[in-house]
Design a protein around this ligand. Structure first.
Ligand code: GUN
Length: 280
């Protein structure tokens, strides 16, 4: 039976460390706010945005909520970002994705000042991460690294297989594991022999976006399995990309859904916000 990697507990530890840091920064006159922008009313996005605001309140930083109607124009959103870029108190700007189809996400991401890009999605933030320069790391992959490190999983020299190549998770995940000296294989929807490749992984990171797809036959005995997926099944129950019940029989450690990677994304966002306040 696998050890459960408890993302809820680890994210709580991180938020408590950040809370102390924020208090110390305040004593030195350093404060700041996170601006959270949501366009439209996608219910999943609303939950994420609410959780982000609650996390800010918990660690003691201000959050400014901008809830804009679905029909908001790209120009109006760009104008708001321009204003927030100039506001001294605002140390982080987060635009919740996905955006409505009439708004170009790339254009919006690139409009955010590098110094306030706490999501780490700006091409220059991604470039800095790629070459190991300082900058904001994208939150979900950074959260996975923290989960592994704080669970004492050795990364260096291990074979890590990442399933998925999205800009938000798969690609930065592979780069961060490489930075930690793993040997990394990136797989995706066109990969042939996916099962055979996954069975070679010491650490299998699943971010494919297919509910309960990865069964025990994809997992080497004793591997560590990280499930980045989050879905609602036919009974409205949350599940990941991994068949948890059967994979936990062969893995040595596994993240549950919910309570695995999800809470870590928000903890790392808070970490980026605190870093931004520190660096002012
Ligand atoms: N949508 C899904 N995940 C994320 C995230 O980490 N940041 C933002 N801004 N939008 C998202």
């Amino acid at each position: 039976m696998a050890e459960i990697i408890d993302g809820k507990k680890i994210s709580q530890q991180i938020k408590d460390e950040l809370k102390d840091k924020v208090e110390a920064l305040k004593a030195n006159g350093k404060t700041g706010a996170l601006a959270v922008i949501q366009v439209g009313e996608d219910p999943a996005s609303s939950v994420y945005v609410r959780n982000k605001k609650n996390a800010c309140a918990y660690i003691g930083i201000e959050s400014l909520a901008y809830e804009l109607p679905e029909e908001t124009s790209e120009e109006a959103l760009l104008k708001l970002i321009g204003e927030l870029n100039e506001k001294e108190q605002v140390k982080g700007i987060l635009v919740q994705l996905p955006l409505p189809n009439h708004i170009c996400e790339d254009k919006i991401i690139q409009a955010i000042s590098l110094k306030k890009d706490v999501d780490g999605f700006h091409p220059q933030s991604v470039g800095a991460m790629t070459i190991g320069e300082p900058g904001f790391l994208s939150c979900t992959p950074a959260g996975v690294i923290q989960l592994l490190k704080r669970s004492n999983v050795e990364i260096s020299g291990k074979h890590c297989v990442v399933i998925g190549r999205s800009n938000i998770v798969g690609k930065p995940m592979a780069l961060l594991m490489l930075r930690e000296n793993a040997t990394v294989t990136v797989t995706h929807s066109r990969t042939q022999n996916l099962k055979e490749i996954c069975r070679q992984a010491d650490i299998l990171i699943v971010a494919m976006g297919k509910p309960r797809f990865i069964g025990a036959e994809y997992v080497k005995e004793g591997a560590v399995v990280i499930d980045v997926g989050i879905h609602r099944d036919e009974n409205n129950k949350l599940c990941g990309d991994v068949k948890y019940e059967e994979v936990q029989q062969v893995a040595s450690a596994i993240t549950p859904v919910p309570g695995g990677v999800g809470p870590m994304t928000i903890a790392m966002l808070m970490s980026n916000c605190v870093q931004s306040i520190e660096e002012e």
